[in-house]
Design a protein around this ligand. Structure first.
Ligand SMILES: Nc1ncnc2c1ncn2[C@@H]1O[C@H](COP(=O)(O)OP(=O)(O)OP(=O)(O)O)[C@@H](O)[C@H]1O
Length: 606
């Protein structure tokens, strides 16, 4: 399961390694004061030592960033990127030369007009600006090779479109401008109707929202959000969640399939807007995810009088009574709120307790301790709702203890990843080779938007600085940044002001930015020192799940640079039962193929 040993955690959490079962039984020792920042484990340097043995690449210490003093020189020597030219031939020449052998009921105030679903064919623009345009025109597309020998359709000119092999979806990207830091106009059109009609799709359902037991004010919110039909998890979970008497639920569904709306609608259905006190709590592992969930709840609940309160560091005032019906936050801040007894709100009024990313929220190390303490303050008959894209077997057992007699919706292991995400791995010679590759990938990464995940905050900053020096539009986000800064960085990325976000596991889970069409694992995720640095399959699943949201396509590229990272990737492939396409950074043919495949997978211009 995902570990937070490097930087995954919210900045006000504490670690605890107590036995979960005993905590479930009768815990409640006084909780420690949360620290103000996530700490960097000293063990994070160990990747460097593992890589140390390899490669004849440029001789920087693998644990260190490439020497910055050498960068400007290299930058001057490197030809400027030309969007028309093949990317990798130029880029990795040095790498190739250096390569050696490698191993309830809402209380409405005004009666609403009867809600009506939006048209089935949905067009979305950059978040927040719903816009209707003509559907994409697959007929205008020309056939092309996607780089792997599959035929895809490619549209010419400014709007390039690709229909996937099954012809089940049409998307287009309009890149009116692809250069400049803040000037791109990015537009994605998605036709979901066909996808939602495919019984094998996690987005499929036989039901309409009106057939679910949802209040008409919430139906209005659903349609205002642009949803036409429920996804599979929504169709299955909502009737179980909303039924009375309330029952616990543990729900698993692939990343990007609409779990948030499922638990948000349940909270909105169960709280009473006439009562000016919290009645539902939703916990998430990061401030970014908590903010996002709040936005979803606010949007779906916009035709009710229900209000939400964000409980993350610097978002609330100590001593001020909380009157909003739904509190969404991170465990450390919730604990702080509850530390004053009933001063901020009466926890005995809570009816619903939701854990998003639940497997992480109840894990032994990290957030679990705080989560369990909060649960102890709530009434025994609270409805416990646990959602995640991943529930490793051992965590399923804990989840069932946390939410006794829960209705359970679990996926088969082979179904946990979304097929629309094309998974690749790129063999590099060394850490330095990884930087070279990343720099050269930038043209592909910036066709839409991309997230680059690294193990360490320091690496994220260093990559960001370096790409920035090359004139690229990037930002880094991790737990060492101040709260306001973190918010501004993610908002800027959401708004498309930044094309590439370099980050740690802090936003590996839950973050929903539809235009992200590429994820790069600069480092293969691992379990850290407590997990013996074993590959972290769950974190891998969540990381790549930042793309391919609700039927969109995307691709992930995982960098390997030594025997160990290769073994880790192999192990992830074995666990998921899905091969990743290998790209050899030494092979011009492979690199050309990669570029072609990435462009095809990301609907970029060919
Ligand atoms: N019924 C629907 N119709 C269309 N779009 C939907 C529907 N439900 C959710 N979405 C959209 O799908 C996207 C992904 O939803 P969400 O973030 O809830 O996924 P998730 O399952 O929680 O993913 P993760 O496991 O990564 O947290 C969001 O942009 C959301 O607005």
């Amino acid at each position: 399961m995902g570990k937070d040993w490097a930087d995954e955690v919210d900045d006000d959490e504490v670690d605890a390694a107590q036995d979960l079962r005993s905590r479930l039984g009768g815990l409640a020792p006084e909780s420690p004061e949360p620290s103000s920042q996530a700490s960097e484990s000293p063990a994070v340097a160990s990747l460097a030592s593992r890589i140390g043995g390899l490669s004849t690449g440029p001789s920087s210490s693998p644990s260190q960033p490439p020497p910055s003093s050498s960068s400007p020189q290299r930058e001057r020597e490197r030809p400027r990127l030309n969007p028309q030219a093949p990317i990798f031939g130029r880029a990795l020449a040095g790498v190739k030369a250096d390569r050696t052998e490698k191993p309830k009921e809402a209380t409405p105030t005004a009666p609403p007009p009867a809600p009506a679903p939006p048209p089935a064919q949905k067009t979305e623009t950059t978040p927040g600006t719903p816009k209707t345009t003509e559907p994409t025109k697959p007929a205008a597309m020309a056939s092309a090779d996607d780089g792997w020998g599959n035929t895809v359709a490619a549209a010419p000119d400014a709007v390039d479109a690709v229909v996937n092999g099954d012809g089940d979806q049409a998307q287009s990207v309009d890149m009116s401008s692809t250069s400049g830091l803040i000037s791109n106009e990015f537009q994605v059109e998605v036709k979901l109707a066909d996808l939602q009609a495919d019984p094998n799709s996690p987005l499929y359902s036989v039901t309409k929202f009106e057939e679910l037991p949802i209040h008409e004010h919430l139906l209005k919110g659903i349609y205002a959000a642009g949803f036409t039909k429920p996804s599979k998890i929504q169709e299955k979970a909502l009737p179980l969640l909303i039924a009375n008497p309330a029952q616990n639920l543990i729900g698993q569904s692939q990343s990007g399939t609409g779990k948030t709306a499922a638990f948000a609608l349940n909270m909105l259905s169960r709280v009473d807007a006439a009562l000016m006190t919290p009645q539902a709590i939703c916990l998430a592992p990061s401030r970014e995810l908590a903010r996002q969930i709040q936005e979803v709840v606010d949007k779906l609940g916009q035709f009710t009088q229900i209000k939400t309160c964000l409980a993350v560091p610097n978002s609330w005032k100590r001593g001020v009574r909380i009157e909003q019906q739904i509190v969404i936050g991170t465990p450390g801040t919730l604990q702080e709120m509850l530390r004053g007894g009933t001063r901020h709100f009466d926890p005995k009024m809570i009816k619903v307790f939701v854990l998003d990313e639940a497997d992480q929220m109840i894990q032994l190390q990290g957030l679990g301790d705080q989560t369990f303490r909060i649960k102890k303050a709530l009434p025994e008959n609270v409805q416990n709702v646990l959602f995640s894209a991943t529930f490793p077997e051992e965590v399923q057992e804990f989840a069932k203890l946390f939410a006794p007699e829960a209705n359970q919706l679990f996926l088969k292991q082979e179904d946990v990843t979304v097929d629309a995400i094309k998974q690749l791995y790129l063999e590099c010679d060394s850490e330095q080779g990884k930087f070279e590759a990343l720099s050269m990938l930038y043209d592909c990464m910036s066709i839409g938007q991309s997230i680059v995940f690294c193990r360490k905050k320091m690496t994220a900053d260093m990559i960001s600085d370096r790409l920035g020096q090359e004139g690229h539009s990037v930002a880094s986000l991790h737990g060492d940044k101040l709260s306001d800064e973190r918010d501004a960085i993610l908002d800027g990325f959401r708004d498309g002001k930044t094309k590439v976000l370099i980050t740690t596991n802090v936003i590996a889970r839950g973050i929903d930015i539809q235009q992200v069409n590429m994820v790069v694992n600069f480092d293969v995720p691992d379990m850290g020192p407590e997990g013996g640095f074993a590959p972290d399959v769950e974190t891998y699943i969540h990381r790549i799940g930042r793309t391919g949201r609700f039927g969109r396509k995307g691709c992930s590229v995982t960098f390997v640079s030594d025997d160990r990272s290769m073994r880790d990737v192999q192990s992830i492939m074995d666990t998921l039962g899905k091969p990743m396409k290998k790209i050899d950074a030494r092979s011009q043919k492979d690199l050309d193929q990669l570029e072609k495949a990435l462009r095809a997978a990301m609907k970029g211009p060919n």
